[in-house]
Design a protein around this ligand. Sequence first.
Ligand SMILES: CC/C=C\C/C=C\CCCC/C=C/C(=O)SCCNC(=O)CCNC(=O)[C@H](O)C(C)(C)COP(=O)(O)OP(=O)(O)OC[C@H]1O[C@@H](n2cnc3c(N)ncnc32)[C@H](O)[C@@H]1OP(=O)(O)O
Length: 290
Amino acid sequence: MLLSGSGKPQFGEGNREVGEAPLGRPVWAAVGGSLMSLCLPFTGVATMKFKSPPVNSLSLEFLTEFSISLEKLENNRACRGVIITSTLPKIFSSGLDITEMCGKSMEHYTEFWRAVQEMWLRLYGSNMVTVAAVNGSSPAGGCLVAMSCDYRIMAENPKFSIGLNEAQLGIVAPFWFKDTFVNVVGHRIAERSLQLGSLHPAPEAHKLGLVDELVPEEKLMERAAAVMAQWLALPDHARQLTKTMMRKAVLDRLVAHREEDIKNFVTFVSKESIQKSLRMYMEMLKKRKS
Ligand SMILES: CC/C=C\C/C=C\CCCC/C=C/C(=O)SCCNC(=O)CCNC(=O)[C@H](O)C(C)(C)COP(=O)(O)OP(=O)(O)OC[C@H]1O[C@@H](n2cnc3c(N)ncnc32)[C@H](O)[C@@H]1OP(=O)(O)O
């Protein structure tokens, strides 16, 4: 992932610490792990770019790096907003890495699911302004990442789709995926879309309110910066308290039921019938390619 931003530098780039420039001015800070890049320029707005080929699947390693990056930004007082996008053509994120949910131990499933929860708690509960610049397809967990942001701008290409398609895989979106979805599009649209496991092409996603606006792909980052500036024009404390008021109940629900949710996931995903569905789905993806 690539992460970039400005302000008071606190990050290291690989092994290189980024510190004060000779004149005492903060320098551009680049952080990164291998799976995303992060930069924080003088504007106080970070850009986080997923870069985990082939399709930015949310593996345990990716989720861990994502959460650490968010924590670093959150703790950096100079950082007020983050734009999340992808370096890969046509793909924002393919969602949870299915291979993490196939043929692994109970311990692994537990660790993986805790990492999924952690990422969501950090992103959905972030004090920063979060804008998703969705420059490609974004199924399931990828859709969750976009929906957890404050605002979604999607490239207007109808070949790109977004949605919670879990039902198509024979699995069930957990209650907090569903809650996030309901908070974005409302109960009726969420119910129909979840039951059918729909992936909505960009124009339809816009009509449903799943994304806030569509722009030509080449204008995506420019528009994301403009939206960010609009949101940052307000005093942080008022915006943050309002965000908390809107999201707290849903966040609290997972916090209160976190261990139970992990147990449910592990029990569910360990079932032979679910393993079979996931294996068949992976085979279908491979066949579709050939
Ligand atoms: C009671 C309930 C209690 C608890 C709940 C329990 C459990 C359920 C909760 C689980 C919630 C799950 C959330 C998820 O996110 S599941 C993942 C859903 N994702 C998808 O369905 C997307 C699948 N992928 C695609 O549709 C396409 O790959 C995509 C993204 C449109 C890109 O298409 P394309 O560019 O043509 O690329 P390929 O299809 O050729 O893919 C390249 C390569 O990547 C592999 N791959 C794709 N997606 C994934 C993935 N999500 N995980 C792992 N691997 C993936 C694909 O197989 C190819 O591999 P290859 O080796 O053939 O190169």
